[in-house]
Design a protein around this ligand. Structure first.
Ligand code: ZN
Ligand code: ZN
Length: 411
């Protein structure tokens, strides 16, 4: 049994536009047990934070921990052992940025998840979907135009972010296999991609019957389907098929925003990825036309973010960065902060993120019963979201399950 008492902590969780008055936070066996003033709690260790800001551990709702390079075709060819070790390094860096939980949108498997829970590595808690589903020629078909091998080759490759399945029977089997393998939700590529050569944005890539079949299987397992989506027509179709979480959503229409606000689906924008690709995509080998296309999607995404905020849509924090761009993971905070209020930005990585993950009350809050994941921040992020950037430089303490994963000297 381990116990810790934090005294004089001012909580910022995005539900208010200023920090709380100082409180004490009692932690026992990995969970918060009491939060209040003058707590009587006999702890093994007591830390007086002297009014410093404390936030729930941050949650990134859209990452790819196995994306060691932005070239996903190459990534899918790499040896599993190398990918696993490199992923561990990428995940450690996420944790050191204050992300104590991440939702992986394609690639992470039960082995990586178990390695985290068994403490084989320091990494965020992982919420996984196994491999993302796409169709032949789709967003996760890495074979190029030549079809030189069977798609089953990728089934055992940890570096393959997704898998290919065509037809109602095959998509059902694929969804069932992922759920059997520990997927906590199902990810489908329900639209084309910005840089995919054979399925550009706006392509209705899976049939309605295929999408409905995937949703039926996921719901039968008590979970939901999340869709990679940009274009409004594709989003409307996906919602009609029962998809409950929209990834990216850059081109979502006004009426669809109203519908999502009314019906309660979630949206996870990933603006930082387009920001990085628009600025440095050429360095990563993206052709000029793609860079221009990405700039358009980037502008639309930020403008849509404002509309979704105004309509009261549940918006999760997402980064979606691949390979060498991953160190910009926290850049989504100040980027969003230029368009919507800081408390809303923070909420997207705390309470609203927990809603996206369907783990409300378990994560994203500093309240009795929740996992004791928190960060201490030097300064008030409601006034300066940049405090959450720079690889955790302004976070002297990072706790995950009540265990200090980072503790600066002198704290
Ligand atoms: Zn996507
Ligand atoms: Zn993604």
């Amino acid at each position: 049994m381990t116990s810790l008492l934090l005294k004089n902590a001012r909580i910022v969780d995005g539900t208010a536009d200023r920090p709380n008055d100082p409180v004490d936070i009692a932690i026992e066996d990995g969970r918060f047990v009491e939060v209040g003033t003058d707590i009587k709690f006999d702890a093994q260790e007591t830390l007086d934070l002297k009014g410093q800001i404390v936030m729930p551990g941050l949650i990134d709702c859209h990452v790819h921990v196995i994306a060691t390079t932005a070239n996903l075709g190459l990534n899918a060819e790499l040896p599993n052992s190398w990918v696993a070790l490199k992923s561990a390094e990428l995940m450690k860096a996420m944790l050191m940025r204050g992300f104590t939980t991440v939702r992986d949108l394609g690639g992470a498997d039960q082995g990586l998840q178990k390695a985290q829970t068994d403490s084989l590595m320091d990494a965020p808690r992982l919420v996984i979907c196994g491999k993302a589903l796409s169709q032949t020629g789709g967003h996760t078909d890495y074979r190029g135009p030549h079809h030189s091998r069977d798609v089953s080759y990728y089934a055992e490759k940890l570096g393959a972010l997704g898998r290919v399945c065509d037809g109602v029977d095959a998509v059902r089997a694929a969804a069932r296999e992922e759920l059997k393998g520990g997927a906590q939700f199902i990810k489908v590529m329900a639209d084309g991609g910005v840089s995919s050569p054979s399925d550009p944005v706006g392509y209705l890539v899976f049939s309605v019957d295929e999408l409905k079949a995937i949703v039926e299987i996921a719901k039968g397992f008590g979970t939901y389907v999340s869709g990679h989506l940009y274009d409004d027509t594709a989003i409307v179709r996906a919602l009609d098929c029962g998809i409950e979480c929209i990834e990216h959503g850059n081109l979502i229409g006004d009426d669809t925003i109203k519908r999502v606000a009314r019906e309660g689906q979630c949206v996870v924008p990933t603006n930082i990825t387009y920001d990085r690709l628009a600025k440095t995509g050429a360095d990563y080998g993206l052709p000029e036309e793609s860079v221009a296309k990405i700039a358009d999607v980037r502008e639309a995404g930020l403008e849509r973010l404002v509309k979704m905020h105004e309509a009261g849509v549940t918006v999760g924090y997402g980064s979606d960065l691949l390979g060498g761009m991953q160190p910009h993971q926290s850049g989504e905070f100040p980027l969003r902060g230029r368009y919507i209020p800081a408390d809303a930005v923070i909420r997207s990585a705390t309470v609203d993120a927990a809603r996206v993950l369907r783990m409300e009350g378990e994560l994203g809050v500093i309240a009795p019963g929740a996992h004791a994941d928190l960060i201490v921040v030097d300064g008030n992020p409601l006034e300066d979201l940049n405090l959450l950037t720079e690889q955790g430089a302004h976070m002297p303490l990072i706790l995950q399950g009540g265990v200090a994963k980072k503790k600066a000297a002198g704290l």
